[in-house]
Design a binder for this molecule. Structure first.
Ligand code: ASP
Ligand code: MG
Length: 407
């Protein structure tokens, strides 16, 4: 018995039959004596469809209206799910982000949750109701609807768990848990029983799109016990826990992020403040910059390359082009056909073999590494997009991550 927060993704509530099945799972959790709060995504591909509608009307939809539109997807799924639960004889109420007190920062399309006023939630729970909350949305200080970035419902669930001090947060999706690599791309990928917050954070932000990265940051910060499971089976899923509770391995998984683009600014004047000016302008517009390299300088100039998410690509390119013109850089190059390949594991820091093995394997395949970045628990390489898949499959074998390899 306790307070359980569950989150169901778009595919789990993709049609009426699935909504009914999810309702049964929620009802069962309540019948076991738990208080249940549920965060839900929009049905199936609804959000993508809403994005296309907006783009068909306006080439760069005004951000406030864009959020207004996108937030409707979740309003459909929460009301239908609440009806399905009601039909099974349980007391239930659906709440939008605003109704449930989810306060966010001002910025549209990628707002961050600042606080949750839990008054209404506690009131409804106190009356014995199951509470169904619209994921991915909140309200800012102007009382405008904001959204949390694509995939943001995970973050809603974790933030609710933290605010309510839930005993457990269960993320239901269409896969069994977190794998050593994307099982759709690597046949021998193996489901992990457990992974650390840090490792899964790297895997998620590196493109293994299981969880919204912000949700893991929050889970780690507030020590929310998290599990990722399938809504289509009773498999136990993958627990996400602190690293000291885990068996130490050097490489836990391989991830591939196709949704990035590389921008290079050629022959930038080599003087203090240039990188600062460029990257602070990008930051001001909330463009998330990832791997950055600056070449060794030639005479008075050098080149700066960096990667951004596809989502931020156009904005990043226009900011960079404008800045390049201002400071008299030679030109700006843009390459959307790159991807980021990473090996992730808590043991990487203390193990120089991993880097050698990684670079060696890529060279065996004749793959050129365009950029490299490292952290305590990962090594990433930017390579050309058509080579990414083959490289990931090969590395999965090289690091013996597959189901047939010795544990
Ligand atoms: N419906 C939103 C999206 O597709 C949020 C989510 O599903 O987490 O991005
Ligand atoms: Mg998702």
């Amino acid at each position: 018995m306790g307070l359980i927060v569950q989150k169901y993704g778009g595919s789990s509530v993709g049609n009426i039959k699935r909504i009914k099945r999810v309702a049964e799972r929620i009802a069962k959790t309540a019948e076991q004596g738990n208080q249940v709060v549920v965060a839900v995504s929009a049905m199936g591909d609804t959000t993508d469809e809403l994005v296309s509608l907006a783009r068909a009307i306006h080439p760069d939809p005004p951000h406030r209206e864009f959020d207004m539109l996108l937030a409707t997807g979740e309003q459909v799924s929460i009301s239908l799910l609440a009806m399905a639960i009601q039909a099974q004889g349980h007391d239930v109420i659906s709440l939008t982000g605003a109704q449930c007190g989810i306060q966010t920062t001002q910025v549209h399309k990628k707002a961050r949750i600042e606080s949750i006023q839990t008054g209404r939630l506690n009131l409804e729970l106190g009356e014995g109701k199951i509470v169904i909350v619209a994921g991915f949305q909140g309200i800012n200080a102007d009382n405008d609807i904001t959204t949390l970035g694509r995939g943001g419902s995970d973050t809603t669930a974790v933030a609710l768990s933290a605010a309510l001090d839930a005993d457990r947060c269960e993320i239901y999706t269409d896969v069994d848990g977190i794998y050593t690599a994307d099982p759709r791309k690597v046949e021998t990928a193996r489901k992990l029983d457990a992974i650390s917050y840090d490792e899964v954070l790297e895997m998620a932000s590196l493109g293994a799109q299981v969880l919204h990265p912000r949700s893991i940051e929050l889970a780690r910060k507030y020590q929310v016990p998290l599990v990722v499971r399938s809504s289509f089976s009773d498999n136990p899923g993958t627990e996400i826990i602190e690293v000291n509770q885990l068996e130490k391995v050097s490489v836990r998984g391989i991830s591939l992020d196709d949704n990035i683009a590389k921008i290079t600014i050629i022959e930038v004047p080599d003087r203090p403040g240039v990188a600062f000016a460029l990257f602070s302008r990008l930051a001001q517009e909330h463009v998330r910059v990832d791997t950055i390299i600056q070449s060794a300088h030639r005479n008075t100039v050098n080149d700066i390359s960096f990667t951004v998410n596809d989502e931020d690509n156009e904005q990043a390119l226009s900011i960079t082009t404008a800045y390049a013109a201002e400071i008299g850089a030679e030109r700006v190059l843009h390459d959307p056909d790159v991807c980021k390949l990473s090996v992730v594991g808590t043991g990487i820091a203390g193990n120089t073999d991993v880097a050698a093995k990684l670079f060696g394997s890529l060279s065996e395949l004749g793959i050129n590494i365009q950029m490299i970045s490292t952290s305590e628990i990962k090594i990433s390489c930017i390579v050309s997009q058509p080579e990414g898949l083959k490289a990931m499959q090969h590395l999965h074998d090289v690091f013996e991550l597959g189901s047939s390899s010795p544990e």
